[in-house]
Write a protein that binds this ligand. Structure first.
Ligand SMILES: Nc1ncnc2c1ncn2[C@@H]1O[C@H](COP(=O)(O)OP(=O)(O)OP(=O)(O)O)[C@@H](O)[C@H]1O
Ligand SMILES: [Mg+2]
Length: 458
């Protein structure tokens, strides 16, 4: 779950703050390294100049190396208001000619370089030292070692670092503040959209205007508008369905009322009988209509409402056919089932699939000829396919699509149907993603073919 409740805090805490912290860290690291390099460079140059100033004091008198350093020159050389400066002039053979630094390990000579910078420890204190090799024109190599404490460098380093970092940090903070304000500005159209939707009436399903929003939000408003459109279509179709259902119920109920009034006018039971028979028929019609409406409501495409199982299509179809044989025999219709296949499994809701087959069989029997034939077969081609055909009057091509509409009956059709059977068949087939086809049967009547999707049960 999202830890941040608002988009603004998500942008601030997950984007702006991490980016700013990253930039500040990079700035600090970069400034630290650059300042350290600059300070060392500058002070090392000064240290080298100090060593060079001693170079001219080294002379050769009577084949011996001597250093003449006056007291005042020494004072100037050693003057340091912040830290301390040490030096010595030593020969290659290990004699210290002058100075307060202990004998150094001939660093310049060891590396064969004219000068060498190094960090040394003197009495537990860190020093930066330059070692200058001045062997030219002398009987032996002489090294001038000058070292200074790091106090001046540290002081300068901190000063320079602050001077460098302060404006950068200040600028970064200003950018952060501007970004924070920018987020408010960017989210403003979204807030406007939220207010607009909140103020709408729940019955208003007109599209949300999206002229004032970003492309990314347009995708959202498009989706909402698409949902609104679907919802208003579904509400309209439900209203149509309810008014159709009410209309269909009104006819048998009006008949019921009429026949009841007629029966009431009669004096004895014999003269009452035809009216009572009509009442029974009307009641049957109402009950049939209500049960069809309930099946239709049950097959409504509501996600997660149906339980699809792996079921044996052969078994299910055979059992249903057997249940319908007595009804077919009432009209002397031969209802047969055949299949050369074995183990035909499909993913389906058994109750709904039973309703689907029942409606097709009911139609085949109701509209088929006396002593007619109905054939139910299952084939694999390669997906499971259930075919139901008869030798009845068939359905004209022009009516083929109309018969799937709710409450549609082919004009002139007799019987107590209400025109919902094939609408139920279609709805259940769609729910199972079954490809439903209607056509002319070789037997002369109508053929329904139900192609199931291939399901991998492994
Ligand atoms: N096997 C068939 N042979 C000939 N006509 C058929 C066949 N099946 C359906 N029809 C025609 O299609 C129309 C629609 O059938 P549908 O099953 O939807 O409604 P119904 O049978 O009239 O009513 P209900 O099934 O709701 O009781 C029927 O009125 C009938 O005219
Ligand atoms: Mg029917």
């Amino acid at each position: 779950m999202n830890n941040f409740s608002s988009l603004k805090s998500t942008i601030v805490f997950r984007m702006i703050i991490p980016i700013m912290v990253f930039i500040i860290l990079i700035e600090c690291a970069f400034s630290y390294l650059v300042t350290l390099h600059n300070v060392n460079e500058t002070y090392d140059r000064w240290l080298l100049n100090s060593a060079r100033s001693l170079e001219q004091e080294v002379n050769v008198i009577d084949q011996k190396i001597s250093v003449k350093l006056s007291g005042s020159a020494l004072k100037i050389f050693k003057w340091d208001d912040v830290g301390s400066t040490y030096f010595n002039i030593q020969t290659e053979s290990g004699n210290i000619l002058v100075g307060d630094l202990p004998l150094m390990d001939k660093p310049g000579q060891a590396n064969g370089q004219a000068r060498l910078f190094s960090n040394i420890l003197l009495n537990g204190e860190k020093l930066r030292m330059v070692s200058l090799n001045v062997s030219a024109g002398l009987p032996e190599a002489v090294f001038i070692n000058v070292a200074e404490t790091l106090d001046r460098r540290s002081e300068r380093f901190i000063e320079m670092l602050i001077t460098d970092l302060a404006p950068q940090l200040f600028l970064t903070l200003i950018i952060g503040a501007l970004l924070y304000k920018g987020v408010d500005r960017v989210l403003k159209p979204l807030h406007k959209l939220t207010d607009y939707i909140a103020q709408r009436s729940p019955s208003d399903l007109s599209p949300i205007p999206d002229d004032d929003v970003f492309d990314e939000v347009v995708a959202l408003t498009d989706t909402i508008n698409y949902l609104f459109e679907k919802l208003s279509n579904s509400i309209a179709s439900q209203q149509r369905f309810i008014s159709n259902a009410a209309h269909q119920l009104r006819t048998p109920l009006a008949g019921l009322k009429l026949q009841a009034e007629r029966a009431q006018r009669e004096q004895n039971i014999e003269t009452m009988r035809p009216a009572l028979k009509q009442i029974q028929n009307s009641a049957d019609n109402v009950s049939h209509l209500i049960s069809q409406l309930l099946v239709l409501a049950r097959s409504d495409q509501i996600e997660g409402r149906h339980s699809f199982h792996r079921l044996d299509l052969l078994d299910l179809t055979k059992n249903i056919c057997m249940e319908w044989v007595p009804k077919a025999l009432e009209k002397e219709i031969s209802l047969s089932f055949e299949s050369l296949e074995k183990d035909v499994f499909v993913q389906a809701d058994p109750i709904l699939l039973t309703e689907l087959l029942a409606n097709l069989l009911d139609n085949g029997i109701s509209y088929g000829h006396q002593q007619g034939n109905i054939l139910v077969k299952i084939v694999k081609q390669p997906t499971p396919c259930l075919i139901l055909e008869d030798d009845g009057p068939g359905i004209n091509e022009s009516e083929c699509q109309k018969v799937f509409e709710r409450f549609y009956r082919i004009p002139g059709t007799s019987g107590k149907g209400c025109g919902l059977g094939l609408a139920i068949v279609k709805e259940i087939a769609d729910l199972h993603l079954i490809d439903l086809k209607i056509g002319k049967s070789d037997m002369g009547g109508v053929q329904f073919a139900l192609n199931f999707r291939q399901i991998n049960f492994d």
